[in-house]
Design a protein around this ligand. Structure first.
Ligand code: NAP
Length: 275
């Protein structure tokens, strides 16, 4: 089948967190298809330049006005935003009591509050033209919450719910809404999630941390996520798109639907060594 360049559907894209990991390969994939990409980082000077790539500053911690200003900037510079890939995110590892409440609150404000503002601004811009796609990069943690990552689990579940809400509210807006759910991918994600050294955490948390590290070390390369995203965009899909190893993206969600919740929870607890 001939490749359909994404450029024929999306002239411009905004990718948050485009400097590393999944965001980097998403931006590269879009550029290779002729899409003009605005990519963000908290340190935009660290982003690669090059044809078709426009570095932009964005910090989830900067609040609603910054998220709205980012979309406004891309609208002005590009003449119209066609695709938002909201990928920026981070984990905070630790038990609910191991971190001050302010840490969890900040994570929700940043990863959920700013995501809401960003989605809203992109939605308004795209709805006026009745064209576009909003992709929120959530996580398989929406379906399988990870112990000791409660703020992350809540934020990603909220982002998934936001995507589904938009889909239900605006089915005729001419916009696709994608809840893109990666399983484990080999990126630097785990390296930034320890607010305190893992060896200072309770034994159960240390076991979970070791399991997460081991799983990530043998996880698929990020390129696979870019291929899955490309396919979903070419197909014009809306709704949940799972991406990852066959086990995580296909078998586990299927199995989870077939077994009682108590059994599923017991398997998770055993897998992570928390019981
Ligand atoms: N890797 C996985 O296994 C996996 C699985 C499921 C979901 N995900 C999700 O995929 C997305 C990308 O993660 P990754 O695996 O590629 O990890 P990563 O390499 O650590 O990338 C995270 C990106 O998010 C940006 N970011 C982090 N905190 C930010 C903040 N406060 N404000 C603005 N930008 C911020 C970073 O940008 P700068 O540091 O340049 O500012 C970075 O580019 C995340 O949303 C993550 O939750 C990853």
């Amino acid at each position: 089948m001939p490749r359909i360049p994404l450029r024929s559907r999306f002239r411009t894209a905004l990718v948050t967190g485009a400097g590393s990991g999944l965001g980097r390969v998403f931006a590269d994939m879009l550029r290779s298809e002729g899409v003009e990409v605005w990519g963000t980082s908290r340190r935009p000077e660290s982003l690669p330049g090059g044809e078709g790539f426009h570095p932009a500053a964005f910090d989830l911690a900067a609040g609603d006005a910054a998220a709205e200003a980012l979309v406004g900037q891309v609208e002005d510079e590009s003449g119209g935003l066609d695709l938002l890939v909201h990928n920026a995110g981070y984990g905070v590892f630790g038990g609910i009591l191991d971190q001050p409440l302010a840490v969890w609150r900040a994570q929700l404000d940043e990863m959920l509050g700013s995501s809401l503002a960003l989605n809203r601004a992109a939605f308004v811009a795209m709805a006026t033209r009745r064209h576009g796609a909003i992709v929120n990069v959530t996580s398989m943690a929406v379906e399988f919450p990870i112990p000791y990552l409660s703020g992350y689990n809540i934020a990603k579940a909220g982002l998934a719910a936001l995507t589904e809400s938009l889909l239900l509210e605006a089915p005729a807006a001419g916009i696709s809404f994608v809840d893109f759910r990666p399983g484990d991918y080999r990126t630097g994600f785990n390296q930034t999630m320890f607010a305190s050294p893992p060896q200072t955490l309770p034994a159960a948390a240390q076991r979970v941390a070791r399991r997460l590290d081991a799983t990530l070390a043998k996880a698929p390369h990020a390129e696979r996520a870019a291929r899955d995203l490309r396919r979903a965009l070419v197909q014009g899909r809306s709704g949940v798109v799972r991406s990852g190893s066959f086990f995580q993206a296909v078998l586990a969600p299927l199995g989870a639907r077939l077994v009682p919740l108590a059994l599923r929870r017991a398997v998770m607890a055993r897998y992570f060594g928390v019981r």
